[in-house]
Design a protein around this ligand. Structure first.
Ligand code: MN
Length: 423
């Protein structure tokens, strides 16, 4: 077992029982304050731990860790140190914050410099994202959208059960939780009309996704063996892939999504490592028909991570509108990465691969407004009495994710995105 994952560990930092960030999590992010420049951190409970200052005080002395990575404004340098170092850092932090360890616990001066309350810091993009790929790995989502955009008998296309379908997206518009997004404009063709018109999207949607950040690079021509694929994944974030369905519907043939997707996608600030999620591995759906050997992998490769979506109209309370789970994904992350590189496509540290909308089998577990309100035919009732077919201006979308077993809850915090009127 990974030492830092030991469910019996206790910390001297105050942590609420329902916190996403027990001492067993130790995620990584980038923060700044009014006085401090952007730098790497971890979080325990509501306490942010400044890794640069922790290193300055000598708490990583006598380790193998090159602490210069803790003075950078992105985690890419830290991630590049490799999996043994990620583990060593998590284990060292786990040891340092152990309830029985006086090293930092009893050093009041050091604690004043190193520890910050979460509400006193600003979280920033944790990685400089290189390339971004969006998969389409939920069978239920593919089926639902296929039924709406095409005919029910043509819903899931013939290739879907043989390969993890994806498109290459744009990384410039991937932003951190808390960033407001303007309602996009574009070409929209109303069904009855022959020609398209130009205007604001009338069907602004979210996509409930999880995304992994790559942690190891490959050379052009190199193929990642599926049995080793996990070694290339640093960790996961929540991913809100905003979508304009009317723009998407008109433009997507034959090359796939473009302007209906690239006006904003939003990630959660803390990258939860694959190591921390190890206890929540679970079986995925049965894959039939049989897949090609390069995609075959034994064992449990899905993750039991609860996913929730809330919609909050301006000055009103939020309403929960979806409850899904990452375990519903038909294609798992090793399969996505093995497929991505099977042609020799190289990956770099800090690439982001999103899962695609994660819809479950029941209507409450659908991961987009398009499906929840079934193309506008079943409007969603919110607790303030209003209804939605899609997302309105000034609505805030909140996504949460957490894994939980009998002992420990490991969470991601949330992704908060407010939609502003078109510019
Ligand atoms: Mn997507």
């Amino acid at each position: 077992m990974i030492e830092a994952n030991n469910p019996n560990l206790k910390t001297w930092i105050e942590v609420d029982d329902d916190s996403d960030f027990p001492v067993q999590n130790i995620p990584f992010g980038i923060f700044k304050t009014k006085k401090l420049t952007p730098r790497p951190a971890t979080r325990i409970g509501n306490t942010v731990v400044d890794l640069q200052t922790l290193a300055d005080f000598g708490y990583f002395n006598h380790t193998n860790i090159d602490t210069s990575v803790f003075s950078k404004q992105f985690l890419n340098g830290f991630i590049a140190l490799g999996k043994p170092i990620w583990r060593e850092v998590r284990n060292r932090l786990s040891e340092l914050f152990n309830i029985d360890n006086p090293e930092l616990r009893d050093n009041i001066k050091a604690k004043q410099s190193i520890l910050h309350r979460i509400n006193k810091v600003e979280m920033l993009m944790p990685v400089k994202i290189g390339d971004y790929t969006d998969f389409y790995s939920s069978y239920e989502h593919a089926k639902n959208v296929g039924m709406m955009f095409r005919k029910p008998d043509n819903a899931v296309l013939p290739n879907w059960r043989h390969l993890p379908v994806a498109y290459h997206g744009r990384s410039s518009s991937i932003v951190i939780s808390g960033t407001n997004i303007y309602r996009p404009k574009g070409q929209i063709k109303v069904e009855e009309n022959v020609f398209p018109e130009f205007g604001e999207t009338k069907s602004l949607d979210f996509e409930l996704e999880m995304a992994f950040i790559t942690g190891k690079k490959t050379e052009l021509g190199e193929v990642i063996n599926i049995q080793k694929a996990e070694d290339y994944i640093f960790g996961l974030v929540i991913f809100n892939d905003l979508s304009a369905r009317d723009i998407q519907k008109w433009e997507y043939v034959p090359l796939g999504p473009f302007l209906g997707k690239n006006f904003g996608s939003v990630i959660s600030p803390w990258i939860v490592t694959l190591d921390a999620l190890e206890p929540y591995k679970t079986e995925g759906p049965a894959q039939n028909p049989k897949i090609l050997p390069y995609l075959q992998i034994d064992g449990n490769n899905n993750y039991d991570i609860n996913l929730e979506v809330y919609l909050q109209p301006e000055d009103e309370k939020e309403s929960q509108i979806s409850a899904s789970n990452m375990k519903y994904l038909y294609w798992n992350m090793p399969q996505q990465l093995a497929h991505h590189t099977v042609n020799g496509c190289n990956i770099n540290i800090g690439d982001l691969c999103a899962s695609g909308t994660i819809s479950g089998p029941t209507p409450e577990s659908y991961g987009s407004m398009l499906e929840l309100a079934w193309k506008g035919t079943k409007p969603i009732q919110l607790t303030d009495g209003s209804v939605r077919k899609f997302v309105n201006d000034n609505d805030t979308i909140i996504m949460k994710a957490y894994a939980k077993n009998k002992k420990i809850r490991i969470g991601f915090g949330e992704v908060v995105t407010k939609i502003l009127p078109a510019k």
